[in-house]
Design a protein around this ligand. Structure first.
Ligand code: PEP
Ligand code: MN
Length: 261
């Protein structure tokens, strides 16, 4: 962490003890699809909706995202339901465009060490101080993660959330191994809030509630959960996405054990 941030945030004050939820579909697929999820999120009194516009797909033949059209859908729906919007920036060439549409910019796991992208996101958010949600790479250590965060904050935007999303280990029973210990380790070593993405490590929806409860128990500051109106028809990550009804039930359970907003 650079000195500028350390001076500005003298204690754990950014971490309010309340848990933010970043929910929404893996990919923005249509106005109707996104709006249905946004309506559910707003109805629950939550504050953020997420969705992928530019998708980092392993296979170039898989759905790549709707691009700017998705950004337009997100902006309109966010305004309609009074929600802040979060999406991934995959490429430095898209930084300004994405920044002009959404409230939060996500760095995906596959761009964990794309230092020029990190620098450019730092530049584009220098004035706005829009939130940057920085995901851990599949094989990134916590030390590498914290070091590279300084690329994002170099121009003065310290509004960074670090997001644990599972790492690669020998275990294949889950899509990724959720490193739950990353939360207290980062809390000990930095002042950044820590998000836990519980959908991508799970890979299947029935594991999502258990991982979300574990994230709350370990002291996370926010949770990311993928939600789709019709997961079997999803264009990406269908098996792990919750339906709005399942998500509603999970939020109620989480609210029993923590302050969720
Ligand atoms: C996502 O959040 O849509 C995503 C692609 O996640 P990750 O970068 O963690 O795989
Ligand atoms: Mn996804």
């Amino acid at each position: 962490m650079n000195e500028q941030i350390a001076n500005k945030l003298p204690d754990y004050g950014t971490r309010s003890g309340e848990i933010t939820i970043f929910a929404g579909p893996c990919s923005v697929e249509s106005e109707e699809q996104f709006d249905e999820v946004a309506e559910c999120i707003a109805g629950l009194g939550l504050t953020w909706v997420r969705g992928g516009a530019f998708k980092p797909r392993t296979n170039p033949h898989s759905f790549q995202g709707l691009g700017e059209e998705a950004l337009q859908i997100m902006k309109a729906s966010g305004e309609k339901w009074g929600l802040k919007t979060l999406t991934e920036v995959m490429d430095s060439a898209h930084c300004e465009l994405v920044h002009s549409y959404v409230d939060g910019l996500q760095v995906g796991a596959r761009n964990f060490q794309n230092f020029s992208l990190l620098k450019n996101i730092g530049i584009v958010t220098a004035e706005s101080h829009k939130m940057v949600l920085y995901k851990r790479g599949f094989a990134g250590t916590i030390a590498e993660w914290l070091a590279a965060t300084d690329y994002l904050t170099a121009e003065g935007n310290d509004n960074v959330v670090l997001c644990e999303r599972g790492i690669r280990t020998f275990e294949t029973a889950t899509r990724f191994t959720l490193d739950i210990s990353a939360v207290p380790v980062i809390h000990k070593q930095s002042l950044y809030p820590v998000c836990v993405d519980v959908s991508h490590p799970a890979g299947v929806r029935d594991l999502v509630p258990s991982l979300a409860k574990a994230a709350v128990a370990v002291g996370c500051d926010s949770i990311m959960i993928e939600v789709h109106p019709n997961p079997p028809k999803a264009l990406s990550d269908g098996p792990q996405q919750l339906t709005p009804a399942q998500f509603t039930e999970l939020v109620a359970e989480l609210r029993e054990i923590a302050a969720v907003f």
